[in-house]
Design a protein. Structure first.
Length: 511
């Protein structure tokens, strides 16, 4: 009779997990409580220069102190305020009869007020009403919380922006972060093999990814990563019996329902994540077709329907308005987007006019906004994904099912994550017309929701390296470089990464 070897360090590992979670959550909370938009002298327009994609006009009077950082999150907060305070998605209006020398287009409304301005807005050419360019579901959810704060505590977001914004970020970002790291630690316990590998992956999740800087701002990338991991966490025990034993009180139907909600939210937050939804749905259909159709599919379809319904409710369009970048919705008189054309200036928005798609793809992976160059812990995830394909190929050649034990759950998940990541990367690098790396941002933000999938894929590689002194040293170097990138602009994620600034300072960028 084989007696299982006791895991003598399991309790210690769990204590270390909670130590990492506590430090990560407290650090994020502290940054949120002190969040404030700052103006940097290094970005002020130099003498004889002009405002463009590199420099900003220095305010001629003291701007209103605000816990928001720029156009992206302000666009969402503007809509939150409009929904609750005015009962509309409209964040501004254009009335030519109001035109003056200081306001040549007659624009007015929330998005033109001090502390609320944003370039991430579109103008309905028929009604002359301004809307946020962001998909509305996440904003509607935050508006629900603001409505509660306003009616329970009397906090108006215009009069109490610090209180409302910070409470919103704590509940939407920090509380889910705790659950996110806890779920990842549970997966590490089940699918990891060594103390080093498990602890390394959780430490990397807590401090070594570009999700960390985004915790202090209202954005779609953080909740999308949380939703992706939540879907994976609840599905694995159903798809693979050897999966983690956590959540045994939840029945199969409940888990499928929870997975459907997570996937539906994920697609709302990151539309290309439909590739992940399709992959997960096919896996579940193969395992439990009836329960998948009855429990998993309905919440996914309902939330996808909500995506189109809310888009239509907000702007009168079924598709998101960010698809209209080359139409009058964006290219209206006075729009920043109308000034971006060849020869009109310099900065990251002009990258598409000076480099080809191949160079863009390089920078998105290994260059100034690189998935691997900024957070090289992802190299371990890449190695793990290659290992997963090797395992699957060996099973097929041996005449066994690809999903045969003992490592079926990890192999299939890592290989599927690689396929989904490839689809998403090709979409952003070669399909969409927007080739500006996400604008002013600390890295490849459109890929950030894939972060937990790559961390999961890194587990066996971290285990293997952790058994060798040089391997542990290599892991520490990769983690240190990743933490450097995550900490480089942790006071504002809407700033360029260090590699971009280094290349710009050296005059190595043509834009």
């Amino acid at each position: 009779m084989n007696v299982p070897t006791p895991d003598l360090t399991r309790d210690l590992r769990r204590q270390v997990y909670w130590l990492l979670i506590a430090v990560a959550a407290a650090g994020a909370a502290g940054r949120i409580l002190s969040a404030e938009r700052l103006y940097e002298p290094s970005r002020a327009v130099p003498p004889g220069g002009r405002a463009d994609g590199r420099y900003q006009v220095w305010p001629d009077k003291q701007p209103r102190p605000m816990p928001t950082f720029g156009s992206n999150d302000r666009s969402r907060w503007d809509t939150v305020r409009a929904l609750v305070d005015e009962g509309t998605f409209v964040i501004g209006r254009r009335d030519p009869s109001r035109a003056t020398s200081d306001n040549p287009y007659g624009d007015y409304g929330i998005v033109f007020e001090d502390g609320w301005t944003s370039v991430d807005k579109v103008l309905n050419p028929v009604t002359l009403e301004f809307y946020s360019s962001k998909p509305p579901l996440l904003t509607v959810l935050m508006a629900g919380e603001y409505w509660l704060l306003k009616h329970a505590l009397g906090w108006s977001i215009n009069d109490h922006p610090n209180e409302v914004v910070r409470v919103g970020l704590l509940t939407f970002n920090v509380l889910p972060l705790i659950f996110y790291l806890w779920m990842l630690s549970r997966l590490a316990e089940r699918y990891g093999a060594t103390d080093w590998g498990r602890l390394f992956v959780v430490a990397a999740a807590a401090f070594g990814t570009l999700l960390t800087p985004f915790l202090i701002t209202f954005n779609n990338h953080v909740p999308a990563a949380f939703a992706a991991l939540a879907a994976l966490y609840v599905v694995l025990p159903l798809a693979f019996p050897e999966g983690p034993s956590g959540g045994r009180l939840l029945g199969g139907a409940t888990r499928l329902l929870a997975a459907g909600v997570a996937v539906g939210l994920l697609v709302n937050f990151e539309l290309p994540a439909a590739a992940f939804a399709a992959a997960l749905g096919l896996l579940l259909l193969a395992r439990a077709p009836v329960r998948t159709l009855l429990c998993f599919l309905p919440p996914v379809l309902i939330l996808i329907a909500a995506y189109f319904f809310l888009n239509h409710l907000a702007t009168g369009q079924l598709l998101p308005v960010y698809e209209k970048i080359d139409t009058p919705w964006y290219q209206y008189p006075g729009s920043v987007w109308a000034t971006i054309h060849p020869g009109a200036g310099r900065g990251i928005e002009f990258a598409k006019y000076t480099e080809g798609r191949g160079m863009y793809a390089f920078h998105l992976l290994f260059g100034h906004h690189g998935w691997f160059s900024l957070t090289p812990v992802n190299l371990l995830g890449a190695a793990g994904m290659v290992l997963a394909f090797v395992h699957l190929w060996r099973r097929v050649r041996a005449g066994r099912r690809p999903d045969a034990p003992p490592t079926a759950a990890w192999d299939v998940t890592a290989a599927g994550s690689a396929a989904v990541s490839l689809v998403v990367f090709v979409f952003y690098a070669f399909v969409v017309s927007t080739a500006n790396y996400g604008g002013w941002t600390n890295g490849p933000r459109w890929l950030l929701w894939l972060t937990p999938l790559w961390l999961f894929g890194a587990l066996p590689v971290a285990d293997w390296l952790g058994q060798r002194r040089w391997g542990r040293a290599a892991c520490l170097v990769l983690l240190a470089l990743s933490v450097l990138s995550a900490s480089y602009a942790d006071w504002n994620p809407w700033r360029h990464p260090w590699i971009y600034n280094w290349m710009e300072a050296g005059g190595w960028l043509p834009y």
